[in-house]
Design a protein around this ligand. Sequence first.
Ligand SMILES: [Zn+2]
Ligand SMILES: [Zn+2]
Length: 177
Amino acid sequence: MEQAYRVELGAILDDLGGQISLTEEVSLEPMIIGSETFTPVAPAQLSVSLTNTGAGVVVQGTVAVDLKATCVRCLCEFTLHSLGEVEGFYISPSHAKQLPEEQEYELIHDRSIDLMPALLAALTIDLPFAPVHDEGCAGICPKCGADRNVVSCHCADEVADTPFGALRDLLSAQDPH
Ligand SMILES: [Zn+2]
Ligand SMILES: [Zn+2]
């Protein structure tokens, strides 16, 4: 089932300038971006304001969540903090035709809106395409599989054993100097 997070607009729909401040915990399902999965370890903290501007309802604020991710270099699991800027514009279906074509919006249904798409979009923009548990992560050795953050293997020293290393040795042997 699609995730949804519906918020009742209530009285602000009939009140120009009316505003709701919302501070809530929202449970999120794991987010999959490209080949990476980000699993929330706790509910997201949502803090937004909803304002009736006359043209529609403007939503602005932040969403923060801690997610479990896998380091693309060493494959360890680590927790990553994500903070997204939430932005949304919601209008009544009857107002949709009056808007310029380039204006992005979502519709108000039954005097309520679904904040989930805006919330997920905010986090998706903030999340890294290739998460690393530490900027200095040394990764795993492609040859022996050792975690170079923990042990130092000697694969790099054995480079002469590869065909390229052997070729290099041959070339330097022929060098008259
Ligand atoms: Zn790592
Ligand atoms: Zn190695």
